[in-house]
Design a protein around this ligand. Sequence first.
Ligand code: CTP
Length: 425
Amino acid sequence: MAHIGRVENYLGDESLGMANPLEGKRIMLGVTGSIAAYKAADLASRLTQKGAVVTTLLTNSALEFVTPLTFQSVTGQKAFVDDDLWGGEGHVVHVQIGHSTDLMIIAPASANTIAKLAHGIADNLLTITALAATCPLVIAPAMDAGMFSHPATQENIHVLKERGVVIIGPDEGHLASGLVGPGRMTQPQEIVDEVRWLLAKGGPLSGKKIVVTAGGTREAIDPVRYISNRSSGKQGYAVAQAALDLGSAVTLITAPSSLTAPKGCQVMQVESAAEMCDAVLKEINSADALIMSAAVADFRPASYTSEKIKKEKGLEAILLEPTKDILSEVARVKKKNKLDLKVVGFAAESQDLKSNASRKMHAKAMDMIVANDITDPQAGFSVDTNKVLLLFSDGSTEQLPLMQKSEVAERIIQHLVSWLVEGAG
Ligand code: CTP
């Protein structure tokens, strides 16, 4: 008996759509003296690629490791150094911070700079600017393990946290000194993800909770074999990201997937349709909307063999039985408990797309169904694009062109904004 395998790719940058919260944000990036300063250039580049306008401030110690030109080249913005403090522009920087900067990030933040920030010392352009800043401050420490665990540093970090500073990391790992321990600056992509989430707070969906299911369920035959499907989880993970980007709380109920859950989700790992059903029915009681992007198995082996089935014994057939239809269960519970819940389902069809999708939407009491033709090679399971038809319970439809899955996700979430926030529907 062969497995039904699944091919999955990392969700990757295509998940960051046009409306990501970094777009157009003004970020001040402070870089201090640490070997991790080279990673700050990567961070600056990633933030810029997501649409942020990144101005860099380098301390004199940072200049021992990296140059302003590096940052100017990747951000297209001026990188300031201490010499600018005594020129005309130093004043501009710390005034600008007070007025137009959305976020200040210090990465890497050395033990020395952290100590200065904790005590309000302002003896260089970076610390003066941090003291003048009224925007949120994010710090990614980087130092040797001994310096990080020193009570002085720990107390300083505690003081900063109490003041509302967001501390990211440090991670554990091999340090420049040869020690292994906490002190490595968190990877730039993780900092970008965290910042994206922070900037989304207060968005139009804040205070709302959206439950998203994703991936293809696995129905076990024995301890090593299962029946599954080709779903990659990409569309569901993109929907979760789009909801987070507008400030919603998101519970992602996911079947096994190689994708990384977007930062900020509450993740519930499930395997089978039955486990997914239990998780969904629990979570909808406190939710405003459910988006069923998961490819749920319709059938499962009627019996499970707890010992691995041996080849010599042979297996002529696997008897299957139907799984519970989760959306039908949701419709029943919603009615019984009088839940105010918007329900969005998906339909992957190979023929009669509109009529099949419409039938499913009404049969499962959905408010909207996202239908796609799986015979279209650009709208299949593992690709990053999708071409969908949206059908609504009032009979209206909206055909979307071929789009990134992240863009499809944004369009779906836009409908939730109009229902949950603007009171439409
Ligand atoms: N779905 C569900 N529970 C199941 C199967 C599907 O809740 N046991 C949900 C899917 O997550 C999707 C919608 O129902 O949002 C439609 O799924 P689909 O597999 O296309 O529809 P089925 O009703 O299973 O019909 P068929 O497989 O025959 O096309």
